[in-house]
Design a protein around this ligand. Structure first.
Ligand code: AOF
Ligand code: ZN
Length: 351
């Protein structure tokens, strides 16, 4: 068992090499051991549409050397004809005698059928090795498959007293270079970043990314000159009663307005329909106060600074909570250090 966990961790590492490139498909890594228990191959799902991890690992070796061996993979091998034939069939053809998995596939066309195919062929299957970690690795894929919606992450960077800027709007820089480099790495995990007109107007950020979602209700950002519009595919959500200009490279999406705000539910439904499986929201307090209702995961950078001014801008704003029993509740996940700052990750506590 201990040995399987070590190998499973190696599968996670291999899987992560495809991070940011496999959407809407999962992150998968695979190791093959020969009958003596020695590693003879490894593989991973590198990019959407390319070979699955198991196929990638097995095609590097012959059935002769794999015969009687073990396949270790973080996701149940597939049983369907998709972009490639079923991985379960290839595993059987290669004479593998044992398969060790991290989690069952949540894709309904596979869900247990891969395991069944393998056991029907007389292969021993050991399931659920580091299952919690395996599920976390594919939290986006699981949310997409089970809930048919875009996974929503939110990033904020605050002082110890939860502020993102002083009362005059000064925010450069609350966190250190190291912390900001980590933000750039986090962005790559997501299909799109999401931000708002107020952030664009206040900070004129670039937010390097292949897909950018901008919430600009009144079309008041500088659509021609603001840095954010200079690269990537842009989606601008705006009040549907207005008429947007025609600008190459920008998709304007008319959006219903509710209580003076763009309807977030509509926006998140649209992102899913656009094939955007995950977003990272990086906004100011007001929008954060709305998005937080839909957020799955929060990356919260904290600098060891205190502003101590109730007119300074808060990371989350706009709710009217009278009692502690009415707060939004979360579950802490991990703490990482980016000296001198820390990054706290937490998840929405769902009932
Ligand atoms: C992957 N990579 O390594 C594994 C996957 O679109 P297709 O035909 O490639 O099939 C995608 C499904 O295959 C995916 O939803 C998941 O259920 C299963 N396993 N997919 O992209 C992999 N092992
Ligand atoms: Zn497969």
């Amino acid at each position: 068992m201990q040995q399987y966990e070590t190998y499973m961790k190696k599968c996670f590492k291999l899987a992560l090499r495809g991070e940011g490139k496999t959407s809407p498909n999962p992150l998968v890594g695979c190791i093959v051991l020969n009958s003596k228990g020695e590693i003879i191959s490894e593989g991973f799902h590198a990019k959407y549409g390319e070979n699955h991890a198991e196929r990638d690992a097995l095609l590097k070796i012959t059935p002769e050397i794999a015969n009687g061996g073990t396949v270790i993979v973080n996701l149940e091998p597939c049983s369907h004809y998709g972009k490639t034939p079923p991985c379960a069939d290839l595993i059987i053809e290669y004479g593998i005698k044992k398969v060790v998995t991290g989690m069952r596939d949540v894709n309904p066309i596979v869900a247990g059928n891969g395991i069944k195919k393998l056991t029907d062929a007389g292969i021993e299957v050991v399931e659920g090795i580091l299952e919690t970690e395996a599920k976390k690795l594919n939290e986006i894929f699981i949310t997409n498959q089970k809930e048919k919606r875009t996974f929503v992450a939110l990033k904020t960077a605050t002082t110890l007293d939860g502020k993102i800027a002083t009362s005059t709007g000064d925010s450069k820089w609350i966190t250190s270079t190291k912390a900001r480099e980590e933000v750039r790495r986090i962005r790559k995990k997501y299909d799109a970043i999401l931000t708002s007109s107020s952030t664009i107007i206040a900070d004129n950020p670039t937010m390097e990314h292949k897909n950018k979602i901008i919430l600009d209700r009144n079309l008041k950002t500088d659509l021609k000159n603001a840095n954010i519009y200079k690269s990537g595919k842009i989606y601008v959500f705006y009040d549907k009663t207005l008429t947007p200009p025609k600008i190459a490279g920008i998709d304007f999406i008319p959006t219903p307005v509710k209580n003076g705000k763009l309807n977030i539910e509509f926006i998140l439904k649209s992102t899913y329909e656009l094939g955007i499986m995950s977003v990272l929201a990086e906004c100011g307090g007001r929008l954060n106060g709305s998005i937080i209702d839909y957020a799955d995961k929060i990356y919260h950078f904290i600098a060891p600074k205190i502003i101590s001014d109730n007119t300074a801008k808060s990371a989350f704003d706009g709710k009217d909570v009278q009692f502690i029993k009415d707060t939004l509740n979360f579950k802490f996940d991990e703490i990482k250090t980016f000296k001198p700052d820390i990054m706290l990750t937490y998840y929405k506590l769902r009932d």
